[in-house]
Design a binder for this molecule. Structure first.
Ligand code: NCD
Ligand code: ZN
Length: 344
């Protein structure tokens, strides 16, 4: 097979940042995807509908002329988010979900939720309205090993949350473990999960291969090979509640190549090619379209895209770095060759 054609995919978990950084990265996502769920972890965070709509305008304003790309906006849940904000979000087209960051779990999560009980009125309003809660699924207790934080989150936070709000629609974001795959697989229709390309392609050895490699550092951190295999099986399997979310998270090269490297892998420019590589390695290229283009809109109750894209078999080298405002950014797997290329 030298070429594959897919309905145009969407990215159900994306960081676009703001200002110069936004202008540097948004075109890459627009070239790959028709729509994206845009994460609200700016500084200050996007906590209100008004802020989300203003951010949406900045995103659209930063698009290269002639591109067709729809940002789907999210609100950043805090201990103080009023339930009324959910009502406003439901009345606003373009704001589609609310993001839960446990305070301290990841980049720009300081304003996140310290205790879920503070958010119960909000969760009740979301449950009533059918608005999805997007969950960064890691506990923040420093006593819990960083590689176990997702598995512990399932037992101590996610399962109790879903018991308290059985009708709440939840997306378990960027899952990284066998435990998460099993938990989502056995759950009902209200629970979906996104999977990144990097967690399908790499295990945690990638962080340490030939030296400490900060460009492979993201949160949740890469896990053991057994977990990568479980993710690959889920992504290529027939459960429609697993779908594509790149978690492309741009940081300037100087902040990645740093004594305290920022978490996040920049995959937007070659995301669908990375996914195609992972699916081909699993002998399941024929499953890519469902994962990338059907399952996400079906879960979000949005129409599937109509246009198509083509991927060609072509060996090319991922750039060593790309412009990023006044800085440079290093994409994931920079300098490596890849065997698929999006036709443009
Ligand atoms: C994300 C970021 O940089 O905003 N980083 C990451 O490693 N994925 C935050 C997140 O999604 O956890
Ligand atoms: Zn993210």
């Amino acid at each position: 097979m030298d070429s594959i054609s897919l309905i145009r995919p969407d990215d159900w978990h994306l960081h676009l940042r703001d200002g110069e950084a936004l202008r540097a990265v948004v075109g890459a996502s627009a070239a790959q995807f028709a729509r994206a769920i845009v994460m609200p972890n700016l500084r200050p965070p996007v906590t209100t509908v008004e802020q989300a709509l203003a951010y949406r305008q900045r995103i659209v304003g930063a698009l290269p002329p002639g591109t067709d790309f729809e940002p789907l906006m999210t609100l950043y849940l805090t201990d103080r988010t009023p339930a009324d904000e959910i009502r406003r979000a439901c009345e606003t087209s373009g704001v589609v979900a609310v993001k839960l960051y446990p305070a301290g779990a990841t980049t720009h999560s300081e304003e996140g939720v310290t205790d879920l009980r503070h958010t119960w009125p909000v969760l009740e309003a979301m449950q009533r309205a059918g608005m999805p809660l997007l969950v960064h699924g890691e506990v923040t207790d420093p006593a819990v090993d960083v590689f176990d934080r997702e598995a512990v989150f399932i037992d101590t936070v996610l399962e109790p949350l879903r018991r308290d709000f059985p009708g709440l629609r939840v997306v378990f974001e960027h899952i990284t473990t066998r435990q998460a795959v099993q938990y989502v697989a056995q759950a009902g229709d209200t629970l979906g999960a996104t999977i990144t390309a990097h967690h399908l392609l790499y295990n945690r050895n990638a962080i340490f291969a030939g030296g400490l490699r900060p460009h492979w550092y993201c949160l949740p951190v890469l896990k053991r090979e057994e977990h990568r295999r479980a993710l690959l099986e889920a992504a290529t399997g027939d459960n429609p509640r697993f779908f594509l979310g790149t978690d492309s998270a741009p940081h300037a090269a100087r902040l990645k190549e740093h004594a305290a490297a920022c978490a996040g892998c920049y995959t937007a420019p070659h995301a669908i090619e990375l996914y195609a590589t992972a699916f081909e390695q699993a002998g399941a290229l024929d499953r890519l379209e469902a994962f990338a283009s059907f399952n996400g809109p079906d879960f979000y109750r949005l129409p599937r895209n109509r246009a198509r894209i083509a991927l060609r078999r072509e060996s090319w080298t991922i750039p060593e770095s790309l412009p990023f405002g006044a800085d440079r950014i290093v994409p994931l797997a920079a300098g490596e060759t890849i065997g698929w290329r999006l036709a443009r």
